[in-house]
Ligand binder design. Sequence first.
Ligand SMILES: NC(=O)c1ccc[n+]([C@@H]2O[C@H](COP(=O)([O-])OP(=O)(O)OC[C@H]3O[C@@H](n4cnc5c(N)ncnc54)[C@H](OP(=O)(O)O)[C@@H]3O)[C@@H](O)[C@H]2O)c1
Length: 296
Amino acid sequence: MTSSVYSAAVVGLGPMGAAIARAFLGAGVDTTVWNRTRAKAEALAARGARVAADLPAAVGQADVVVTVLRDHAATRRFLETVPSDLRAGRAFVVLASATPAEARRTQEWATERGFALLQGAIMVPEPLIGTDDALVLYSGEQRLLDRWRPVLEVAAPRSVFLGPDPGSAALHDTAMAQVFFAAMTAFLHSAAMATAQGLTATEFLPWARESLALLPDAFAQLAADVDAGTYDGAEDNLLMELSGLEHIHATSVEAGVDLRLPALLRDLARRAVDAGHGADSWSRVVEVLRAGSPTV
Ligand SMILES: NC(=O)c1ccc[n+]([C@@H]2O[C@H](COP(=O)([O-])OP(=O)(O)OC[C@H]3O[C@@H](n4cnc5c(N)ncnc54)[C@H](OP(=O)(O)O)[C@@H]3O)[C@@H](O)[C@H]2O)c1
C-alpha cells in the first residue's frame, strides 16, 4: 500500500512541521495543514496542501494527525480543542520534544481523553527530513507505529520503535542531544582557546577530529565500565587526567576565555580523586554525576 492511500494532517508548521508537510506532499500523501499563524499554512497551498479553516476541519479530514508544536504544553492545548467525536478513529502522532516524565504524563492524559496517541522524537535537523538519513525515535503504542509506518516513513525512513514506555523516546532524545551539545560546546571552547592564541578554528579543526576519532572506542569502554560498575584505571587514571585538566584550565586562563567548562571537568575529576578514587579510570566520574549536584 502506498502512502498516497492515506490522508494526513500536519498541525504546527514551524521549520520542522513545514518540512514534514513538504515531505508528505512530495510523496503524494493527501495532506491538510493547520498553523496558529495562518500564513505558514497558506505557504504550503502551492505545493498541494489543503489549508484547514480551523482545527476540527484539519483533524476531521485526516486518518493520522501529526502534531509538530513547540512543546507538550502547546500540544495538550491543541488536543483539548479536538471535539470528542473526532478523537476516536484516527491516530495522533506527537513529535514535540519533552522530558521522559512529561511524555508519560501526556500519554496518560491523552489516553484518558480518548486519543490513540503515539509519541516520537525527531533526531535530525529540518533539512534531513524526507531523506534516507532522517531518524525519528518512537515509543509507547507500537500498534500505531506499525499501522502508520507507510506515512511516517515518508518523513523519516528511519522510524525506530524503542519499546512500550512512552517516555523512552524522550529519554533517548535528551540523552543523545546532551552528547551532541556537550561535544559542540567542547569544540567551541577549544576554538576560543585556539583563536585567542593565533590559530583559526579551521586550522584547529583537523586536530579536533583526531580527538573525535578516539571517542567511539572510548564510549564503548565507558559504557562497559558503567554497566559493570568497575572503573579499572590500569591504562589511564584520574590523577593523571586531573593534571591534564589543570592544564586545560590554565590554558583557558592564559587565553582569557570562559572558565566554566574546564572548571566543571576539573571539579568532576577532583571530587572523584578527593573521594579516594585517583587510581580509577575516567569512568568513575559517573558516580560523581549520579550523586547529584550540591549547587544547581
Ligand atoms: N527544527 C529542528 O531542526 C528540530 C529538530 C529536532 C526536533 N525539533 C522539535 O520539533 C518541534 C517543532 O520545532 P520547530 O523547529 O518546527 O519550531 P518551533 O518554533 O519550536 O515550533 C513552532 C510551532 O509551534 C507553534 N506553537 C508554539 N506555541 C504554540 C501555542 N501556544 N499554540 C499553538 N501553536 C504554537 C508555532 O506556531 P506559530 O507559527 O503560530 O508561532 C509553530 O507552528 C519542537 O519540539 C522541536 O524541539 C525540531
